[in-house]
Design a protein around this ligand. Structure first.
Ligand code: NAP
Length: 508
C-alpha cells in the first residue's frame, strides 16, 4: 500500500517466505515523513529463521553457480523495480538525500550483479588437484582435490549508515548468497521500512527462481536479545556486522564464547588518518585542506572511511592547511544525522576531544536534535600520543589536526595508531624517500593505503580491501567490500580418492 513516501510498511518479519508479526511493536523514528509500527523481533523468530536456513542449505548449498547467479540478478532486478519507493522510504527513515539513496541503490544492485559474474567465472572456488601417484616410493600418493565450499547459514547485521549497500541485500548478504549460504538478517532499527521493502524484493526473487524459502529471512530489531540469540544460534556458522565498537565487541565475544566458536566478521571503528608529507604541504597545503574539509563533512561525516585525523609538520604550511580547512568547514550547512543516538554520540565525542589536554578548538558548533555541524580541533603530537581518547572514532563531521615536529615524530604517530580501514599519504615526487619509510608502517595498520586522495568512497571491485587490523575489523584476513569478501563464507575442503561420480559437480 502506498502513502506519501511511496510505500507503507506492514511492519512484519519475513521468516522463510512467511510474513509474521509478534504481539509487541516499536515505532520507527524517521528523519522526516510518517513513522510506522514494526513488529519487535523475538528469540523464537530467530530460532525459526535459523532452522529454516539450515533446512534450505541442504538444497541451496548444492545449487549450480548458474542458478545462484540468476538468483542474484533477480534480486537486483526486483530492487530496481521498486526503485522509487525504496528511495522514498530510505530518505524518510535516514535523512540521507535522494541522490545518495539512488546512488547507493545502484551500488547495491551492481554488487549483486558483480557477484553473479564472479561466481560464474569460478576462480573463487580455488580448485586444486594433486593427481594420484600410485608408484611413488616409499608410499603412493592418493588423488587429492581441493575446493572452497559454502559454510552454512550466515547472520548479517545491517549498518545504519548504508541502508542499502551494507544492509538487508548489501555486500554481506550478496557475498553469502553467492557463496551458497542462506542468510538471516537482523534488521537495523534505524531503517526498518527500507529493510522491509528490500526483503520483499528478495522474497519475490526467491519465488521467481524457485529457491528454497528458508534461504533468506529478515528479523526486525527492537530488542537486544534478538541479535545476541542470532549470533549464538548453533546453526549459524558466521556473522557479518558493521556498526559500533561497543556492540561489535559484545557480539564478537559471544561468538568466541559459543560451544562451537564461529567467525565474527565485524567492521567496527576507524579514524582513517591522513599524513601530509612535507613537499606536498609546500606545494598545495590549501588544496589539501579544502579537499579534507569536503571529505570530512560529506554525508554528515557518517562514513566508516571518514578521514578524522590529519597529521602535519608544524609551521607555515600547517597553518595554511588548517586555515583552508576552517574556511571550507565554515561553509558547510547543517546536516541531519541517521539517528538520535548517533547525533548524541557525535556531541559526546566532540566534548571528549575538546576536553583533551592541549587540544585547541578551531571550530566549535552547537548541534540541536539530530543536526550535525562540523567541529575542528588541533593538538600537538606530544599531547595526542599520551591520550588514547583522542584516537577513537567520532562518527560525524569532526576533524583533528595533529601537529608533529618533524618526519621522525610523524613516524612515531603513525606507529601508535590502532588498526584502521584506511591510511592516506599526501605526497609529491620529492617525498618519495620518506614515503618509502612510512608505507611499511601504514600497511601494518590499514587495509587500504592511499596516495593523494581521500578515503571516503570505496570502490566495489576485485582489488578492494575494506577491513584491517582490529578494531577496524575483527578479522584482518577479510574484506567486507569487493569480490574477495566471498571468502568469509567459504571453507576449503580436500576430497581424497573420492570417485568422480560422487564429487561435487564443480570439481569434476
Ligand atoms: P550499533 O549500535 O553498533 O548497532 C549495530 C547493530 O547492532 C544494530 O542491529 C543494533 O540493533 C545491534 N546492537 C547494538 N547493540 C547491541 C547489543 N548490545 N547487543 C546486540 N545487538 C546490538 O551501530 P549504529 O546504531 O549503527 O551506530 C552507532 C555508532 O556506531 C555510531 O555512532 C558510530 O560510532 C558507529 N558506526 C560505525 C560504522 C562503521 O562503519 N564503522 C557504521 C555505523 C555506525 P538495533 O538496531 O536494535 O539497535
Amino acid at each position: 500500500m502506498l502513502d506519501e513516501t511511496g510505500f507503507r510498511p506492514h511492519g512484519k518479519h519475513l521468516i522463510a517466505g512467511e510474513w509474521v508479526a509478534t504481539g509487541q511493536t516499536f515505532r520507527s523514528s524517521p528523519a522526516h515523513g510518517a513513522a510506522h509500527d514494526f513488529s519487535v523481533g523475538t528469540v523464537d523468530l530467530v530460532d525459526r529463521a535459523c532452522r529454516a536456513a539450515e533446512a534450505a542449505f541442504a538444497a541451496y548449498g548444492w545449487t549450480t553457480r548458474a542458478a545462484r547467479a540468476a538468483f542474484l540478478e533477480a534480486i537486483a532486478d526486483e530492487i530496481d523495480a521498486r526503485g522509487d519507493a525504496i528511495t522514498a522510504i530510505g530518505t524518510s527513515e535516514t535523512g540521507l538525500p535522494e541522490a545518495r539513496l539512488v546512488g547507493e541503490r545502484g551500488r547495491t544492485t551492481g554488487q549483486l550483479r558483480l557477484f553473479a559474474r564472479h561466481i560464474l567465472e569460478g576462480g573463487y572456488l580455488d580448485r586444486r588437484h594433486d593427481p594420484a601417484l600410485p608408484d611413488r616410493q616409499p608410499l603412493p600418493r592418493p588423488d587429492i582435490r581441493l575446493m572452497e565450499r559454502p559454510i552454512g547459514p550466515v547472520a548479517v547485521f545491517g549498518a545504519s549508515n548504508f541502508p542499502l549497500a551494507f544492509s538487508v541485500a548489501g555486500g554481506d548478504t550478496a557475498s553469502a548468497l553467492a557463496a551458497g549460504c542462506p542468510v538471516v538478517v537482523k534488521g537495523h532499527s534505524a531503517h526498518p521500512g527500507t529493510g522491509e521493502i528490500i526483503a520483499e524484493a528478495i522474497h519475490a526473487a526467491i519465488g521467481r527462481c524457485g529457491m528454497p524459502a528458508g534461504v533468506f529471512s529478515l528479523v526486525q530489531g527492537g530488542r537486544r536479545d534478538v541479535g545476541q540469540a542470532l549470533v549464538q544460534h548453533e546453526l549459524i556458522k558466521a556473522v557479518g556486522f558493521t556498526g559500533s565498537l561497543v556492540a561489535g565487541r559484545i557480539l564478537f565475544d559471544l561468538c568466541a564464547a559459543r560451544p562451537e566458536p564461529i567467525p565474527f566478521f565485524g567492521e567496527l571503528g576507524s579514524v582513517n588518518p591522513m599524513f601530509l608529507l612535507p613537499e606536498a604541504v609546500t606545494a598545495r597545503a590549501e588544496a589539501i585542506g579544502r579537499g579534507w574539509a569536503e571529505s570530512l563533512s560529506m554525508g554528515a561525516g557518517q562514513f566508516c572511511t571518514n578521514p578524522g585525523i590529519a597529521v602535519v609538520i608544524e609551521g607555515e604550511g600547517a597553518g595554511t592547511f588548517a586555515s583552508a580547512a576552517i574556511s571550507a568547514l565554515r561553509e558547510v550547512t547543517p546536516q541531519i544525522m541517521l539517528t538520535d543516538g548517533i547525533a548524541d554520540a557525535y556531541r559526546e565525542g566532540a566534548g571528549r576531544i575538546a576536553a583533551g589536554a592541549g587540544v585547541r578548538d578551531l571550530i566549535t558548533s552547537v548541534c540541536d536534535g539530530r543536526e550535525a555541524k562540523p567541529f575542528l580541533f588541533r593538538v600537538a603530537a606530544a599531547d595526542w600520543l599520551g591520550n588514547h581518547d583522542l584516537r577513537e572514532e567520532v562518527f560525524g563531521p569532526l576533524g583533528l589536526i595533529v601537529t608533529v615536529r618533524d618526519t621522525e615524530e610523524m613516524l612515531a604517530v603513525a606507529k601508535s595508531f590502532p588498526g584502521q580501514l584506511t591510511a592516506t599519504m599526501h605526497m609529491d615526487a620529492d617525498d618519495a624517500a620518506f614515503a618509502r619509510r612510512l608505507l611499511p608502517v601504514l600497511e601494518r595498520k590499514a587495509g587500504r593505503v592511499l596516495a593523494n586522495g581521500f578515503p571516503t568512497g570505496v570502490e566495489v571491485c576485485d582489488a578492494m580491501v575494506h577491513g584491517g587490523p582490529y578494531p577496524a575489523s575483527t578479522n584482518f584476513g577479510a574484506t567486507s567490500v569487493g569480490t574477495m569478501s566471498i571468502r568469509r563464507f567459504l571453507r576449503p575442503v580436500s576430497y581424497q580418492n573420492i570417485p568422480q561420480d560422487v564429487l561435487p559437480d564443480d570439481l569434476v
